[in-house]
Design a protein around this ligand. Structure first.
Ligand code: BG6
Length: 498
């Protein structure tokens, strides 16, 4: 196959601290919101555990069930998957060696804010910084480019309890202190950064740290996130003008079910909910349609005098996106037509097959999405998450034959290739999600597996954490080696656990 992917294309994999790292109370780290979020599975929801103002323990699946004055609390005998996750904290050397063996050019991961700044206070925990220095040095040893997400779906529990998370303006200062600390520490080692993971679906307690779910509070919190993100871009450029700092959106392209004008409008509005975040972070201003929505809903954002000029100056260098599935707008759809998708309920697309978790598999949607984003923003794009969450089984020979994962990834790589070759999209890299098995955000389980590397752990936390290569490991190695020209599934010698 012809060379299409640029020579310096960033092939690799992606993870996030609260889903992979573990060591939740080691090395000076304090609690994050994710650390009070219990495990679950496809049919059992996750809970936030808290202590109310009278000291009584409570469990909440919905934000509105967390009473005022309650503080996040770790309850004995509950299983919290972030506490150990799949234990990168103790396996980082071994895992990075495996990433290097696959030929990774880049590895995207997030930093644990409370490992570096305990409780999100304006103090540095050197032991936390040293942990990440080791990790980054190890990556550099193998010529793997570190790609750092500054915030991935958690925050210091102290800030959530004290300031109502991102709804409190104080959180901006804490975040910027953390950013400044890590920018200085890693300024000669790290070039690629992104501010907030999936900024468009930041909601709820673990992500935003807020308790009240009224639109006014949520929008105020999101405004603070926009300001923090823009300030982080400005600050990073000041510390090292060579930094490339991007944003990250959960790209859930919406189609219309048919040409009914009401569906066209519904689809436009669905897509705008995503584009809004790119509009702000790329164009540096709140778009006209959002301002009208605020007016209609009587949402009044409390802004400091410089906020809008900060947002204007702090626009990003590239757009990172996660892509797993697409959705459909059909104003006539009923609950029966809806399925749980990536952190939201969506209408089922009758033309697409679905994953074990009912997510619509749509490789062509990736080409369409990349083209749409690139047409609108003309910035380099980076697919920083994509993958198939599936049940894997270890056969009698100790092998995991994950052809379904290979098929999924192959078709998505072909879609990226077409977006570059046929549509002229400027694509920087591809870091499939959960390159090693980790905890699912949506369901809090490990058995929704994405990895090329299997980790021996189940949904209740049983297992010895042994790492083993799945069939997809060698396949991806060959993809990277050939710079995306060889996607064939050859008769790979299956690897046994080691
Ligand atoms: C993205 C998130 O939404 O999707 C990840 O950035 C998440 O944190 C991934 O893990 C897959 O979702 P899930 O629910 O299968 O873990």
């Amino acid at each position: 196959m012809k060379q299409v992917f640029p020579k310096d294309f960033l092939w690799g994999g992606a993870t996030a601290a609260n889903q992979y790292e573990g060591g939740y109370n080691l090395g000076g780290k304090t609690l994050s919101t994710a650390d009070v979020y219990t495990g679950g599975n496809k049919s059992t929801p996750r809970y936030v555990t808290f202590k109310d103002a009278q000291g009584k323990i409570g469990y909440a699946t919905r934000l509105e069930d967390i009473p005022e004055g309650a503080t996040g609390y770790v309850v004995e005998n509950q299983y919290y998957p972030s506490h150990i996750a799949t234990d990168f904290y103790h396996h980082w050397k071994e895992d990075i060696r495996l990433f290097a063996e696959m030929g990774f050019k880049a590895y995207r991961f997030s930093l644990n804010w409370t490992r570096i700044c305990p409780d999100g206070k304006l103090e540095v925990n050197q032991e936390g910084l040293d942990f990440y220095h080791q990790v980054i040095d190890e990556l550099i040893k193998y010529q793997i480019e570190p790609v750092i997400t500054l915030n991935h779906f958690d925050m210091p529990l102290y800030l959530a309890d004290t300031y109502n998370g991102w709804a409190g303006r104080e959180t901006i200062e804490s975040f910027l202190f953390f950013c400044e600390t890590v920018y200085h520490a890693f300024k000669h080692k790290v070039k690629y950064w992104m501010t907030f993971n999936e900024i468009n679906i930041l909601n709820g307690y673990p992500k935003l740290g807020i308790r009240f779910h009224d639109e006014q509070t949520v929008m105020q919190a999101k405004h603070h996130v926009f300001v923090a993100s823009a300030q982080a871009v400005i600050l990073g450029r000041r510390i090292n003008p060579e930094f490339k700092i991007g944003m990250m959106v959960c790209y859930l392209l919406n189609y219309l079910l048919n040409s009914r004008p009401e569906n066209v409008l519904a689809s436009l509005q669905f897509n705008r909910e995503m584009e809004f975040y790119m509009d702000v972070q790329v164009h540096g201003e709140y778009p006209h349609y959002k301002m009208k929505e605020f007016e209609r809903k009587k949402i009044k954002i409390d802004m400091a005098p410089d906020d809008l000029s900060i947002i204007k100056q702090g626009t990003v260098d590239y757009i990172g996106l996660s892509y797993y599935m697409t959705s459909v707008s059909d104003v006539d759809s009923t609950e029966l037509d809806r399925v749980v998708g990536n952190q939201m309920t969506v209408t089922k697309n009758p033309f697409l097959k679905t994953s074990d978790w009912d997510w619509a598999v749509d490789p062509l949607g990736l080409r369409i999405g990349l083209s749409k984003i690139y047409d609108r923003y003309r910035l380099p794009l980076f697919v920083v998450e994509n993958g198939l969450g599936a049940y894997d089984t270890v056969n009698q020979e100790g092998q995991i034959n994950d052809d379904y994962r290979i098929d999924y990834l192959k078709e998505h790589i072909e879609a990226m290739r077409d977006a570059i070759a046929l549509d002229g999209v400027d694509l920087m890299g591809y870091t499939p999600w959960g390159c090693i098995d980790l905890v699912s955000t949506g369901t809090g389980e490990v058995e929704k597996r994405y990895g090329f590397i299997h980790v021996c752990l189940d949904n209740e936390g049983n297992g010895d954490m042994r790492r083993s290569k799945k069939k997809s490991f060698e396949w991806y190695q060959q993809v990277i080696q050939s710079n995306g020209t060889n996607l064939r599934v050859k008769s790979i010698i299956l690897c046994k656990s080691f």
